[in-house]
Design a protein around this ligand. Structure first.
Ligand code: C5P
Length: 228
């Protein structure tokens, strides 16, 4: 069976990664969460004190240090699951914190950061058989992807999902803080100059506000089967 490229883009916390993982496992494809890569670069900037208390980023210093930054997805052994390593250290948990979420869209708007990560992503998908989720996969990383999805859901639905996830991880956070972060990231991601978050013309828009995981998966798997 011929392998294809599946690009899943959309707003924050639309459940892209849950669906992308399920799809990759069902098709025996590689799954890549590109948000984890932007999050790891952001954690690096925080650890290196390149972001001050006011949230201002020393972009020049970060760009200078980019060549020394090594990102790797390491499989956990569990089917279809891998974790993010930054310079040899497992940072999977840390990159999901609110501290990183609060800064990631600023870091992701830097041209040099995007160039480095997009190149890595294109390399990972060069043999197809990949499901990649992010913000610019169908528009920039793989404009020729055979299947493109653009996931949406209301900000309140998304914030509620994210809030539940963070509470389960033991993070102390309020719903309002999460809602603000989700909306703020969407605003920055959609209005940045380089590769703004936008639906590719040939992407299928998929609103999952009122849909459970099972129903979403069945519908999207059907889309994939029509192409493969
Ligand atoms: O997918 P996730 O919400 O973890 O992504 C975190 C942030 O990384 C996004 O809000 C966005 O600023 C950035 N991002 C991006 N391009 C991608 C993936 C993520 O700019 N392809």
């Amino acid at each position: 069976m011929e392998k294809i490229t599946i690009a899943i883009d959309g707003f924050s916390s639309t459940g892209k990664s849950t669906i992308a993982k399920r799809l990759a496992t069902a098709l025996n494809y590689i799954y890549v969460d590109t948000g984890a890569m932007y999050r790891a670069v952001t954690l690096f900037a925080l650890n290196e004190a390149l972001i001050n208390e006011k949230g201002e980023l020393d972009a020049e210093a970060l760009i200078e240090k980019l060549p020394s930054l090594e990102l790797k997805f390491v499989p956990t052994g569990e089917l279809g699951r891998s974790e993010m390593y930054l310079n040899g250290e497992n940072v999977e948990r840390e990159i999901r914190s609110m501290k990183v979420s609060g800064q990631v869209s600023t870091v992701a708007s830097l041209k040099e950061v995007r160039e480095k990560l997009v190149q890595m992503q294109q390399q990972m998908g060069k043999d197809k058989g990949i499901v990649m989720d992010g913000r610019d996969i169908g528009t920039v990383v793989f404009p020729d992807a055979e299947l493109k999805l653009f996931m949406t859901a209301s900000p309140e639905t998304r914030a509620a999902r994210r809030y539940k996830e963070l509470l389960e991880k033991g993070e102390e956070v309020s719903y309002d803080e999460v809602l603000f972060n989700v909306q703020e990231r969407d605003r920055i991601d959609s209005t940045r100059t380089i590769s703004p978050l936008t639906r590719a013309k040939d992407a299928i828009e998929f609103d999952n506000s009122d849909m459970g995981i099972e129903e979403q998966f069945e519908r999207i798997y059907e889309f994939a089967k029509r192409v493969i």
